[in-house]
Design a protein around this ligand. Structure first.
Ligand code: TPP
Length: 626
């Protein structure tokens, strides 16, 4: 039996709940078509009995007026022409109209809405997805607050030249914007928050304008150099009934990527054929799987080395021409393909640059690097230009040059195989050490995955590059590079997004994950569990922000003050973080912590088995700093 006091309190609670329900239903659904300033219709509030009877089953919320054809249904018609497979979001009232249309309009057809616990995760997931799939998904952000949270990830994608279609809700019309939190979340120029690092943004004032902007944004985003775009959507426009006749939706066509000028391409071929020791340098040349084939074909024609599996796959890791050539290979000509800034060629060497970055640049953010020193700069997309360059090299090659190339190629191949042997020898160092060596971690994992269709979806910059040194990477999805803008917090969510893209191909996605990065927004683990995204996450748990430990140590040493306090502000210790438990909290299988290297193989096998059943797993390994 409830006491009298309790039942009064309960009634009081229900009254409060009814009031908040009133506030809730007042905003989203019941809206009339009248001119501004608009009267909000009084909402019909669920009564106490309804609330008390609420067992958690979906309840029909009554409203005074049903909106038959809300603007957001039309927005969905437009967005569906863009064929997004997924929409990542953290929910917000500024796009509740569109949210409702996504889940209910058009018979629940794709795109699927993915629930994210942080906007940075929503955007970075889209970043990782696009690098595997070669096409974008949409990230839906809430007003000023969601956009600010998402902005770091937008910046990374911008610097990485990766397309993300960002839609941002806003309560534009101050005359009808309810007082309170909606004002905090609204902006007069929302796009300004991310304009320095989006390729384009727009704030369409009508549904007709939205249709045009939505298609234009997609085209601009997909034209090299690619990049994220942002479209603002006004809440009133989403929620009001469609005014007047249905606007036209422009047809989506994507411009072909720009090729470099043919006269310049011929000149480049001439320089490459004549060079004694050319080197191909790639940063983001391969946009599609074809890019990797083209770079490899050019290298094989010229029998010259390819430096560049840093940001994308450009040549198989065990290809004899992968690397920088032999010791004493004194490069006299560098061919830079989509390299920011074009790099400084070695002393006395000449350089050619083929890059779409010359076609688009913004002012404020300094990601463009020092001024390019190219002797022959060709403005154009490298991947689109490579077929003509290959043809020209073939035309200009003589039998004499071919013989010289073959000689060169033999020496490069010998050096490549020596480097591989050296990598294997170096991997043995500290083999039995605890904390576990990263080389051993990569070496123990390789035999377990090499016969699978695997994909490394995390960055290898902070794990000593061991997968690239030891594994046989020969597909475009074997490696997708790093953050782009160096923003930590990218890796964990981008890996989930990349694993999402890999899921439909049945690929085994693997992420060797640093601990500092994981702690930015670990809720992405829940997203992986909730949406059943198979992913093997192996924690590189060095219990700290090791890059920063090293910086502080160096600074202290430079000042001769000793390095014994460099852990202050840089280590994640006292208490240690248990990632197996973290994973379990979010509904994943957690394994570890593992500090004895002998225990790794069994844990990896178990993890792989679970991932192959379609689930995400986290294995916590306690590792050497680097
Ligand atoms: C958003 C952001 N904040 C801070 C930094 C500075 N920073 C560079 S590396 C690093 C440490 C990253 O730690 P972790 O991911 O654990 O890798 P580790 O250095 O330990 O290998 C930090 C904080 C950054 N690059 N990005």
């Amino acid at each position: 039996m409830k006491s009298k006091k309790e039942s009064v309190n309960r009634r009081g609670f229900l009254k409060g709940a009814a009031a908040s329900a009133a506030a809730l239903v007042a905003t989203p659904v019941a809206k009339a078509q009248e001119a501004t300033p608009r009267q909000r219709p009084a909402a019909v509030v669920p009564n106490e009995a309804q609330l008390a009877a609420d067992t958690g089953a979906p309840r029909r919320v009554e409203v005074e007026r049903i909106v038959e054809h809300p603007g957001s249904d039309f927005m969905m018609d437009v967005l569906k022409t863009l064929n997004f497979e997924y929409i990542t979001t953290n929910p917000g009232s500024s796009f509740q109209g569109l949210h409702e249309s996504i889940i209910n309009y058009g018979g629940n057809k794709a795109p699927e809405l993915l629930t994210c616990c942080h906007e940075e995760s929503a955007v970075a997931m889209a970043h990782g997805y696009a690098k595997i799939e070669g096409k974008p998904i949409m990230a839906l952000l809430h007003g000023t607050v969601g956009t600010q949270h998402g902005s770091m990830a937008i910046y990374n994608a911008y610097a990485d030249r990766v397309p993300i279609y960002i839609v941002i809700g806003n309560h534009m019309d101050a005359a009808v914007r309810p007082a309170g939190v909606n004002w905090y979340h609204s902006a007069q120029d929302m796009g300004a928050l991310v304009r320095d690092f989006t390729k384009w943004d727009d704030n369409p004032a009508s549904l007709g304008a939205f249709a045009g902007s939505a298609i234009r944004a997609y085209r601009l985003m997909m034209t090299p150099p690619m990049g994220p775009v942002a479209i603002m959507i006004d809440s009133e426009m989403q929620e009001r009934p469609m005014p007047g006749p249905r606007p036209r939706i422009p047809k989506l066509t994507i411009p072909s990527p720009p090729q470099g000028d043919m006269a310049a391409v011929r000149e480049a071929a001439k320089m490459l054929v004549a060079a004694q020791a050319p080197l191909i340098n790639c940063q983001r040349a391969a946009r599609t799987p074809a890019g990797m084939k083209l770079v490899t074909e050019l290298a094989e024609l010229l029998q010259c080395p390819v430096n560049g599996n840093g940001e994308r796959m450009h040549i198989p890791s065990r290809h004899p021409l992968a690397g920088n050539g032999f010791q004493g290979y004194s490069t006299d000509l560098v061919l830079n393909l989509e390299v920011q800034g074009g790099g400084g060629p070695p002393n006395g060497a000449k350089s050619i640059s083929i890059s779409s970055l010359d076609l688009f640049m913004k002012s404020n953010i300094q990601d463009f690097q020092p001024m390019s020193q190219a002797d022959l700069p060709i403005a154009g997309d490298a991947e689109a230009t490579l077929p003509s360059l290959i043809e020209e090299v073939k035309k200009q090659m003589t039998a004499d040059r071919k013989r010289a190339f073959e000689e060169r190629g033999k020496k490069i191949a010998e050096a490549h195989s020596k480097q591989r042997e050296q990598a294997i020898a170096e991997a043995r160092w500290a083999w039995d050490q605890s904390p576990i060596s990263l080389a051993r971690l990569a070496a123990e994992l390789w035999p377990l995955i090499k016969n699978e269709d695997w994909s490394l979806v995390g960055w290898q910059g902070f794990i000593g590059g061991w997968p690239g040194r030891l594994w046989n990477m020969d597909r475009h999805y074997h490696y997708i590079g790093g953050q782009g803008g160096g923003g930590i917090g990218y890796n964990a969510p981008a890996a989930v997004g990349a694993a999402l893209a890999n899921r439909k191909y049945g690929r085994l996605s693997i992420n060797i994950q640093t601990d500092g990065d994981m702690n930015y927004a670990p809720g992405v683990l829940w997203t992986a569990a909730h949406h059943k995204i198979p992913l093997l996450t192996i924690m590189h748990n060095n219990r700290g922000y090791h890059a920063e430990v090293m910086f502080v140590q160096r600074m202290a040493a430079q000042r001769n003050r000793g390095v014994d306090r460099a852990h202050i502000g840089t280590r994640l210790i006292e208490p240690n973080i248990n990632y197996a438990k973290m994973a379990e909290t979010y509904g994943l299988t957690g394994i570890g912590p593992i500090s004895d290297p002998k225990d790794m193989a069994a844990a990896f096998k178990r993890g792989i088995e679970i991932v192959k059943k379609g689930e995400p797993v986290v294995i916590d390994t306690i590792t050497q700093p680097r």
